[in-house]
Design a protein around this ligand. Structure first.
Ligand code: PEP
Length: 250
């Protein structure tokens, strides 16, 4: 049995006050979400402790959107995995396409982040996905395979068993263009195959989330696919009703 997870990536949105109000609305509606679905939220760093205090003892899990590639010291402006674990956060998103693109996060950086997150006891949600030009050139499988091989298949089986993967085609993120359920299922099955080549049966236990303009109107069809175990939700996670409706779509 794989865990079903719907995780909200708030990105750089909301003030602390707005974030606390959003998590309060989620708390009020969480009972509508099936018991076997994990609902997680990843607010900005500044909000984490206030949101934690609000959702503590609830079914809502807390995550962060990023962590530093260093453990501590003179890295002005950075937030370490151990600091996130001390909030406490449960999840951390690593390798989001916005981090890869705008902050030049490449495999050596992502490998350090993964190692530090795992060492701190966090569950990494590791993102992979091709750009539009790579899909149009028919290179999407090659791109996804190399992102997995650089960072994930090099992990020990014990570390790998803790990781959640998110397939996020870059052309679908924040564009309103969702991958069709067939395209998403095809990519998820491919990801599971690559993982199984290195980790055998463990790959059958890995939760693989879809991300990219997922909303309540398309979530049910996406989540019904055999290898789609939930979603990483950007824009639609900023509205409590919509985010809850997505989590109810299982
Ligand atoms: C994301 O950035 O992880 C994402 C899936 O964004 P959106 O849902 O807004 O496309």
């Amino acid at each position: 049995m794989r865990l079903k997870i719907v995780a909200g990536n708030w990105k750089m949105n909301t003030t602390v006050e707005q974030g606390v109000a959003l998590s309060q609305s989620l708390l009020e509606q969480i009972s509508q979400v099936p018991e076997d679905v994990i609902l997680a939220i990843a607010p900005p760093f500044t909000h984490l402790y206030s949101v934690y205090q609000q959702i503590v003892n609830s079914r809502i899990a807390l995550g962060a959107q990023n962590c530093a590639a260093y453990d501590k010291g003179a890295y002005t402006g950075e937030v370490s995995a151990a600091m996130l674990a001390s909030v406490p956060c449960k999840y951390v998103i690593i390798g989001h396409s916005e981090r890869r693109e705008y902050y030049r996060e490449d495999a050596p950086i992502l490998n350090k982040k993964l190692a530090l997150a795992l060492q701190a006891g966090l569950i990494p949600i590791f993102c992979v996905g091709e750009r539009l030009e790579e899909r149009e050139a028919g290179r999407h499988f090659e791109v996804i395979a190399s992102q997995l091989k650089e960072a994930i298949t090099v992990l020990t089986p014990s570390d790998f068993s803790k990781v959640v993967i998110a397939y996020e085609p870059v052309w679908a993120i924040g564009t309103g263009k969702t991958a069709t359920s067939e395209q998403a299922q095809e990519a998820h099955a491919f990801i599971r195959k690559i993982l199984a080549e290195s980790f055998g049966v463990l790959a059958a236990q890995t939760s693989i989330l879809y991300g990219g303009s997922c909303k309540s109107s398309n979530a049910a069809e996406l989540f019904a696919q055999k290898d789609i175990d939930g979603g990483l939700i950007g824009g639609a996670s900023l509205q409590a009703d919509e985010f809850i409706a997505i989590a109810k779509a299982f």
